[in-house]
Design a protein around this ligand. Structure first.
Ligand code: HEC
Length: 167
């Protein structure tokens, strides 16, 4: 097995250094442009840098959440192409949020990034606050639904129990 650092060094060396900047694979872009704040495992440094593990996957199902993932300044302003930004955010989703991706998960596309990235969020704190409130509401609603479903299920189970020999 090659050491991961050697793999990254190899990837960096194998990219061309002439002309236009070569596109880098998502793990390299993560290391170069995101890891300084978000750390290698996505745990960040709350409360300043949020822990994105699990949370980004849940944001995908919230109205406005998908666009937000590329509109936060750290993402939108990174000196990488739209395709690379799509790649690095998908990498974060698939690596740190595998357990919370919605069932209909579709990776971000270059076109979506191009569309949303322009409208990056200078007042990110207010937008984030609103999204987090939506996330809490949605979590509460889905917990209530689960509880209701469980109660209904248990009642059906009781009713479905075979009558014992009383006849
Ligand atoms: C200078 C530090 C810094 C860097 C570098 C950085 N981020 Fe962030 N990131 C933050 C902070 C702080 C937040 C919380 C929102 C805010 O205040 O901008 C955040 C939030 C996020 C979020 C939303 C999660 C949430 O809970 O709000 C995503 C997605 C994200 N960053 C992706 C990236 C990507 C992708 C890169 C690299 C291309 C990157 N970030 C680079 C600091 C950084």
């Amino acid at each position: 097995m090659l050491h991961p650092v050697l793999v990254i060094v190899f990837l960096l060396l194998s990219s061309t250094s002439s002309g236009a900047r070569a596109e880098q694979p998502p793990p390299v872009n993560y290391m170069l442009h995101c890891m300084g704040c978000h750390l290698a495992d996505g745990s960040g440094g709350p409360p300043e840098v949020p822990d994105v593990r699990g949370e980004m996957g849940r944001l995908l199902s919230i109205e406005g959440g998908r666009a937000y993932l590329v509109q936060v300044p750290g993402a939108a302003q990174a000196p990488i192409s739209d395709a690379e930004l799509a790649g690095v955010v998908n990498y974060m989703l698939e690596t740190f949020n595998a357990g919370t991706l919605p069932r209909d998960y579709a990776p971000l596309t270059e076109d979506e990034v191009a569309l949303w990235r322009e409208d990056w969020l200078p007042d990110v704190a207010a937008v984030r606050e609103k999204l987090m409130a939506r996330l809490r509401d949605a979590t509460k609603r889905s917990q209530t639904r689960e509880t209701l479903e469980r109660v209904i299920h248990e009642r059906n189970d009781i009713e479905a129990e075979p009558r014992t020999s009383l006849e």
